[in-house]
Write a protein that binds this ligand. Structure first.
Ligand code: 4AD
Length: 543
């Protein structure tokens, strides 16, 4: 069994690679080119070790799946008729010009085709699908606002230039939009009969063709390296469109509720959610961090602007390699003045119900969510409410153990796996409230009727678990100073935050929503990585 080296960062997936000096980039490609009878050594760099180690069983399993995908792709490519580029050499070199006697073509985006039936139009976009026949070419054009089937006939189809077209080339096409006869299908039930077109830019063919670059089923890590190209796929682009509609819906809701949007800084010198997940940086010689949450800044805005919100990136140096943790995520946070804990819970229910309703009503996002998640049930008010202490009983009754494999006891963190099992079994949104002081952040006030627990809430959704975390805030200066002491936090850097408790303090509360987690729930994605444009997590900061 020969040893084959894989180095995710320094390697290259080319047939001649595989040696220690010139490793492969992915184990999937190694198996694909060398076969199963190899010993794969992958490069690992952690604080404790650095160098090549045996591939883990789970990575090997994943790589085998990836290799299968690459094999299928190669077989498919081999079966395909000769590439158009080769055939095209015999195609006639016809030059076509636009017929100026035709009615003037109106320039439109593909989202507007329904309003332009029987009209002559100009469209521009990327070739999403392509079927080249001898006297006929069908292609699906994509421009981000929609898809359109385009047909080339006659000289337009026969010409060498057309026979050489490739997926992902960009075109400008003029022609008439026709309704398709019964029984024929194409996006929107229409097609564009082209009378003239120009190639804006031709994408490569052969080995370098787009479909060879981003083969479906390829190694996930390789596909993430190719994120700039995989983004063009149906599913990822659909999630990004739902994301845009979701953020629009969030802003609409906040506008209706009279919250003002602000943009707090990302570079800060205070922590909010514990020191262990802080990204530290050198800020002109001073220690600073990337923000974990804009909450403290939102609190400063209450006396100036009233209720406020932000849609801002938060950063967490998460050690956990889970499907719902990112190192950078889009955090929707809000802060509300003069509210009670009960007001906060009602506000959260209303926010989530309305935001989902608006997103489903969106003409673009609504149908996409139906495609991505046909069984999605919009949440209904009121949400189920459950106290932490009752959740422990529920978990113990259902035989779900804590992280040490034992029965849950007061003070235990309900970790991701247990939380998800509970949420999935209950199968509806849950407002989980009143967590113990020791497992929650320094700013959370104790409940008056039970000082062991805090006025805190997590919103749990089936399939994802926690999508929102919120609480009331300690607004009394002495109590807050006591909390700083308890947590061993130095008050100096927080002088501005403490001032809020001196100059017109008031009862207030707020929360943060993980945009990618809501999307994973709405669009039924396995991981939040599929809901971020360019996901960042342990070991990944590219492209
Ligand atoms: O529960 P968290 O840590 O709460 C806060 O940061 C509060 N200061 C927010 C506030 O009250 N203004 O985070 C809030 C939400 C979580 O419920 C989760 O949805 C998301 O942020 N989140 C993450 N999403 C992706 N990757 C991570 N590493 C995340 N950490 C938190």
């Amino acid at each position: 069994m020969s040893a084959v080296y894989v180095h995710e960062k320094a390697g290259k997936d080319v047939p001649e690679a595989g040696s220690e000096a010139e490793p492969f980039a992915t184990a999937a490609y190694a198996l694909f080119t060398k076969g199963d009878d190899i010993k794969i050594l992958t490069y690992k760099e952690t604080e404790e070790e650095k160098g090549y180690v045996d591939i883990t069983q789970s990575a090997l399993k994943k790589a085998k799946k990836g290799a299968e995908g690459l094999k299928k792709k190669a077989e498919k490519a081999a079966k395909q008729p000769e590439p158009a580029a080769k055939k095209a050499t015999d195609a006639p070199d016809i030059k076509f010009t636009e017929d100026k006697s035709l009615p003037e073509a109106k320039s439109i985006k593909l989202g507007k085709i329904a309003e332009n039936i029987d009209q002559r139009v100009t469209v521009r976009g990327w070739i999403h699908r392509l079927r080249v026949q001898k006297g006929l070419i069908f292609l699906t054009l994509r421009d981000g606002t929609g898809f359109l089937q385009v047909v080339f006939t006659g000289d337009l189809a026969k010409a060498k230039q057309s026979q050489e077209l490739t997926i992902e080339s960009t075109l400008m096409v003029k022609g008439t939009i026709n309704k398709l006869p019964e029984g024929k299908t194409a996006p929107g039930g229409v097609e564009l009969k082209a009378d003239y077109y120009e190639v804006v830019a031709l994408a490569p063919s052969g080995d370098d063709a787009f479909t060879n670059k981003v083969a479906e089923g390829a190694d996930p890590s390789y596909l993430l390296d190719m994120r700039h190209l995989t983004l063009r796929g149906d599913q990822l682009s659909a999630v990004m469109k739902v994301r845009a509609a979701l953020l629009r819906a969030v802003r609409k809701f906040y506008y209706e509720e009279s919250l003002t949007e602000v943009t707090p800084p990302c570079m800060v010198q205070t922590q909010v959610e514990g020191g262990s997940t802080l990204f530290k940086m050198d800020y002109y010689g001073e220690e600073a961090y990337l923000t974990q949450s804009s909450q403290l800044y939102l609190e400063t805005c209450l006396p100036a602007l009233g209720d406020v919100y932000c849609v801002q990136e938060s950063f967490r140096a998460e050690k956990s390699h889970t499907r719902r943790h990112l190192s950078e995520y889009t955090h929707i946070e809000a802060e509300l003045a003069f509210i009670s804990f009960e007001d906060l819970l009602s506000h959260l229910e209303k926010l989530l119900t309305k935001v989902v309703q608006y997103t489903l009503e969106d003409p673009v996002a609504g149908p996409l969510i139906k495609e991505l998640n046909p069984n999605f049930k919009a949440p209904q008010m009121p949400f189920k409410r459950m106290e932490y202490i009752d959740a422990l009983d529920w978990l113990n009754e259902h035989g779900i153990p804590n992280e040490d494999g034992e029965k849950f006891k007061f003070g235990d963190d309900i970790a991701e796996a247990a939380e998800r099992k509970m949420t999935d079994t209950i199968g509806e949104p849950i407002l989980l409230t009143r967590f113990p002081v020791e497992i929650k952040s320094f700013y959370m006030p104790k409940c008056k009727d039970d000082p062991r627990v805090t006025e805190s809430v997590d919103v749990l959704m089936p399939n994802v678990g926690e999508i929102t975390g919120g609480s009331m805030r300690t607004w009394d200066l002495d109590q807050l100073l006591a909390a700083f002491k308890r947590e061993g936090l130095d008050t100096e850097a927080y002088y501005w935050f403490l001032d809020l408790r001196k100059y017109g303090s008031c009862p207030h509360g707020g929360y943060g929503l993980g945009t990618e987690r809501i999307l994973a729930w709405l669009c039924d994605r396995f991981t939040v990585r599929d809901c971020s444009l360019y996901p960042r997590f342990t070991g990944r900061c590219k492209p």
